[in-house]
Design a protein around this ligand. Structure first.
Ligand SMILES: CC(C)(COP(=O)(O)OP(=O)(O)OC[C@H]1O[C@@H](n2cnc3c(N)ncnc32)[C@H](O)[C@@H]1OP(=O)(O)O)[C@@H](O)C(=O)NCCC(=O)NCCS
Length: 400
């Protein structure tokens, strides 16, 4: 333990630092401690809003179905002397939260398996404790703890601090690309035939709105389609012998994670923008004659309509699929305009969408880099592991 004088504080005070042997990772289980982790990390994730709103938002999101019944856990790095019943809350050195959720893994030798996964978020060290290796230690201890749980296959997070910090512990950076579609972008010239048909598609309303009550059925169907596509990948002969070692992972789409994002949008609308959140009623659109659909959520802080799930039915003939894609993008643009959001974002889109829209795909280096940790089989070469359907439905950050 070392005590240093900490002169930048408003009142001259001392700061006690602990060696890595003197600290451990524990669950934050009391409301008092949990609340303090939120108060601490507001400066990192809740900039620009007042503390009461920040705490209320955390209360709202942590009481969603996605978070309750043991799925959400908050972890803190504290000195071993830390007393949970009478805690010195200033001694929370670093904190992080996890959400247990379902996933899928497919490999040639084991087939498609339903597995448990954990998404990791809100990694935070108070400024005065930074640079002491606390967050790195916390993440290494978290990895060990999750491994000891013995039922989690992989974990994932979205790095806001580049690929190295988490990469050296075990979370390998994965595809981190996006397409930014201005809400008022015109899709370039289309042939007159296509223009007529596209207009007809929209006019004839083959797209219908997705509402709250449609989510459960749609997401369960989406999960079924994902399983099917993983199975059909397994049944295809491998192009090269090394392709036999490939492993596919996916976070299972589930209604609760979409509802969590929706609760986030509605909270922002009501408490940050003072808009009527009940007016967020259109959560996406689906094509009534195929399995194509798009879901989105409104990110009022980032000024974006974010596509959480983009699904084009592969059974549909290519030209028809393009028309549906255009119509779905246009529906997203209209929703963005309706809420005065300037941009529609799609994570990790196919090249065909970029070509169709005549827009480039950009690499996202600075924020939300999807990173995958294979806790149950760290010996697997990350290069052999593909995170499929790596889209924003799996992401979970309150504000940033
Ligand atoms: C990122 C954070 C958790 C690190 O906490 P910490 O206890 O100081 O971390 P450690 O001492 O274990 O490690 C510090 C390392 O992180 C790196 N790091 C910190 N902030 C960084 C940033 N914004 N971008 C890139 N690297 C960063 C440091 O350069 C240092 O690297 P080094 O070990 O090679 O010198 C802390 O700075 C923080 O809470 N930031 C605000 C919230 C945040 O961005 N959290 C991450 C969300 S994914």
């Amino acid at each position: 333990m070392a005590t240093i004088h900490y002169a930048q504080r408003p009142q001259y005070m001392t700061l006690t630092l602990f060696s890595h042997d003197e600290v451990h990772l524990i669950r934050a289980t009391t409301p008092e401690i949990i609340r303090r982790t939120w108060t601490n990390n507001k400066v990192g994730f809740g900039r620009g809003i007042d503390l009461d709103t920040w705490l209320a938002g955390n209360d709202t999101l942590h009481s969603q179905d996605f978070s309750v019944q043991g799925r959400n856990k908050i972890w803190i790095l504290v000195p071993k002397s830390f007393n949970i019943q009478q805690p010195d809350l200033d001694l929370i050195l670093s904190s992080v939260e996890t959400y247990e959720r379902p996933g899928l893994i497919a490999s040639k030798d084991q087939g498609v398996r339903d597995v448990a996964t954990m998404s990791i978020a809100s990694v935070f060290t108070p400024e005065r404790y930074r640079g002491q290796g606390y967050a790195s230690l916390m993440m290494r201890l978290l990895w060990k703890t999750i491994k000891q749980m013995d039922h989690i296959s992989f974990t994932f997070l979205y790095s806001a601090v580049g690929p190295t910090f988490y990469g050296r512990i075990g979370w390998a950076p994965k595809r981190s690309e996006e397409i930014l579609i201005p809400a008022n972008h015109f899709f370039g010239p289309v042939t007159s035939d296509a223009a007529t048909t596209t207009a007809t598609t929209i006019r004839q309303a083959t797209l219908e709105d997705v509402k709250d009550q449609d989510l459960t059925e749609l997401m369960n169907w989406d999960a079924t389609l994902l399983r099917q596509s993983m199975k059909s990948w397994l049944n295809k002969p491998a192009a090269t012998p090394s392709a036999n070692n490939r492993v596919l992972t996916a976070v299972l789409p589930e209604p609760n994670c979409i509802k969590w994002l929706l609760a986030r949008s509605r909270f922002m609308a009501r408490h940050i923008l003072k808009l009527d959140p009940c007016e967020i009623t259109v959560l996406g659109v689906k094509d009534t004659q195929s399995d194509s659909f798009v879901l989105w959520h409104h990110d009022f802080i980032e000024d974006r309509l974010v596509v959480t799930r983009w699904c084009l039915d592969s059974k549909t003939e290519e030209g028809q699929r393009d028309m549906i894609a255009r119509a779905m993008v246009q529906a997203a643009q209209m929703e963005a305009q309706r809420w005065n959001l300037s941009t529609v974002v799609v994570w990790n889109p196919g090249q065909s969408l970029a070509d169709l829209l005549e827009l480039g795909i950009r690499q996202r280096y600075e924020k939300a880099i999807p990173s995958l940790g294979l806790v149950s089989s760290p010996e697997t070469d990350p290069e052999n592991v593909e995170w499929i359907m790596n889209e924003k439905y799996a992401w979970k950050v309150f504000l940033s």
